[in-house]
Design a protein around this ligand. Structure first.
Ligand code: ATP
Length: 241
């Protein structure tokens, strides 16, 4: 099996519930998922179906109630708090709707925080940050502060920060939700291209069905499990917010 075909994220039997009025309400109900290296997946689903809950579990932020989850062959369920912190820093790239850049750091410095958090050699961080920002079209904005950048440019800096360490898995929560449709499509393409180049497994959680036109696969979270969807436009009822 070639490197591109290797499964990097393997999840099965995942359950998660929250107590509500004394009863346990199931959100994830035996969820199964498998993503290969360099593959991109859009996860759609109506509001409250558990998309953020799933991302938080995949990112090592929240524990599942039960089930198996491995990333690059490492059993994430068995990790203690220290192991989970290392997993988040080294293996996971997070991208958020509102960028979450540090306002007092330049674009390069923001990206370097992603490099350094992963424990990469600090003497190489500046070059790594400049290189990835340049490949995301920001060569002439490297030393700008976030407030001197447009929303789309800020999100490209956030993408660079998440990807500079070449994470095994990239988790993007509504990454284009704050952008106009044209900028959203361009940003999605850059994110996909970079993730593919670094062979990261990319998971985009979104209400925007058009993201599924860019990704390799579209999955819909419904009744606590993921259903594969051939084409995003074929089940519009899945996307109502
Ligand atoms: N910490 C928590 N405590 C109790 N209930 C929670 C908690 N987090 C989420 N829930 C509940 O779990 C369900 C799934 O929430 P989640 O945020 O994962 O949905 P979502 O699909 O991401 O929604 P949206 O699209 O609106 O962001 C909701 O009913 C929510 O109220």
């Amino acid at each position: 099996m070639s490197k591109q075909e290797q499964v990097v994220v393997a999840v099965s039997g995942l359950t998660k519930g929250y107590s509500q009025g004394g009863a346990n309400v199931a959100v994830l109900n035996g969820l199964k998922m498998s993503i290969r290296r360099g593959e991109s997946v859009a996860i759609l689903g109506v509001s409250g179906t558990g998309k953020s809950t799933l991302l938080n579990i995949l990112g090592g932020i929240d524990p599942a109630d039960s089930g198996q989850m491995s990333v690059e062959g490492q059993d994430i369920v068995k990790l203690d708090a220290e192991g989970l912190a290392r997993y988040r820093r080294e293996k996971v790239g997070f991208i958020f709707q509102f960028y979450n850049l540090i306002p007092t750091l330049t674009a390069v410095e923001n990206v370097m925080t992603g490099w350094e958090a992963a424990g990469k050699p600090s003497n190489l961080g500046d070059k790594a940050a400049r290189d990835i920002l340049a490949s995301l079209g920001l060569r002439d904005k490297l030393d700008r502060f976030p407030e001197q950048l447009s929303g789309g440019e800020q999100q490209r800096v956030a993408i660079a920060r998440a990807l500079v360490k070449r994470p095994a898995i990239v988790l993007a929560d509504e990454p284009t939700g704050n952008l106009d449709p044209k900028t959203a499509a361009a940003t999605t393409e850059l994110l996909l291209e970079q993730a593919r180049q670094f062979a990261s497994a990319l998971i985009i959680v979104t209400h925007n069905p058009s993201i599924g036109q860019h990704t390799d696969r579209t999955l819909v979270l419904r009744n606590g499990v993921l259903e594969e969807q051939q084409h995003a436009a074929s089940a519009p009822e899945a996307y109502a917010a």
